[in-house]
Design a protein around this ligand. Structure first.
Ligand code: BDR
Ligand code: CA
Length: 315
């Protein structure tokens, strides 16, 4: 039987780790068909995330990829950004030229709605790598699309690792907790890549040098991005290297056997300022709340990096 590539929309706020995730997807056409890339405000403001998304598509040699600008601010709260992690441009590290490929005219939220209405039901997977603003807005504006979504595979949240931007919350969920709440209550099948798993896919010298040794422009860029990106986590956590958060989403689509988790209930804190954006995951099954997400906790990091390096090498 011929395997059909899985149709996805990447919703993203690049970000070095977002950039690696986009490269991984574009390097894997036999597994993944990227219908479009939608930018959202997050790590840096929207004018930079949409620009960065186009830079990455050009770097992949896929300037025909359709890139859209979505929401420039969270649903209710002021935008919180993370230049202290990703640098002023969001993609600090190597020198990058301005992209030539166009930004699509259509608003990113309208693209998500139109695509889900056009494609057969249950044939499109959403891959959010940043705050969930665009996805929630699409669900609010067009509730008819909700039962048409095949799956949402997202990076966000944490349970055992708790928070990275506040003591209680992970960045993507913290930036737009109201949006996350809408998505987690939507009833769509959700796979979550929380910090609990992404903190297990750490770069180290050998892994970064393997990217550089590919001898290609994308390989060199990935090495330089991760070189830049790892200084923050090494200082903060004393860890070996940088967590490649967002590529976990794409790696899961390519080879879910790399990951292990549990179907649990996940609720989003939206009331308390102290714990705003916390992902309250019922890992131990102590409530009767129904499971609404596959919450991933473990990964085979060596196989993950082998897959990532091999695929980046194809670009
Ligand atoms: C998430 O926040 C961003 O800084 C990263 O790109 C990732 O999506 C990790 O908390
Ligand atoms: Ca991101």
């Amino acid at each position: 039987m011929t395997k059909h590539p899985r149709k996805i929309i990447i919703d993203t706020d690049p970000g070095q780790d977002d950039a690696v995730a986009i490269l991984l997807a574009l390097a894997s056409p036999e597994d993944i068909d990227v219908l479009g890339v939608v930018a959202v405000a997050g790590n840096v403001p929207l004018p930079l995330t949409q620009r960065n998304a186009r830079i990455v598509c050009e770097l992949a040699g896929k300037p025909e990829t359709r890139v859209f600008a979505g929401s420039d601010a969270p649903l209710q709260r002021p935008l919180v950004t993370a230049e202290y992690v990703h640098g002023k441009t969001g993609l600090d590290g190597p020198q990058l030229a301005d992209p030539v490929m166009p930004l699509q005219d259509q608003h990113g939220v309208d693209f998500i709605i139109e695509t889900l209405r056009r494609e057969p039901a249950h044939s499109v997977t959403l891959c959010p790598l940043g705050p969930l603003t665009n996805i929630a807005r699409a669900m609010q504006q067009a509730p008819d699309i909700i039962p048409r979504i095949q799956q949402i595979v997202l990076m966000g949240g944490a349970y055992f690792e708790v928070g990275n931007v506040t003591p209680a919350a992970e960045f993507n969920i913290y930036v737009d907790p109201q949006a996350a709440d809408i998505v987690f209550k939507s009833g769509v099948s959700i796979v979550v890549m929380p910090l609990d798993v992404t903190h297990k896919v750490l770069t180290n010298r050998q892994r970064i040098e393997a990217f550089r040794a590919l001898g290609t422009e994308p390989g060199r860029m990935v090495a330089e991005w991760t070189d830049f990106f790892e200084r923050f986590d090494m200082q903060k956590y004393g860890s070996e290297g940088a967590p490649l958060h967002d590529p976990c989403v794409i790696a899961y689509l390519i080879d879910p056997s790399l990951f292990q988790g549990r179907h649990v209930n996940v609720e989003i804190e939206t009331q308390s300022e102290l714990t705003m954006g916390m992902t309250v995951a019922d890992w131990w099954g102590v409530t009767n709340r129904p499971a609404n997400a596959l919450f991933i906790k473990d990964v085979d990091a060596d196989r993950f990096f082998a897959l990532l390096t091999d695929r980046i090498g194809r670009l």
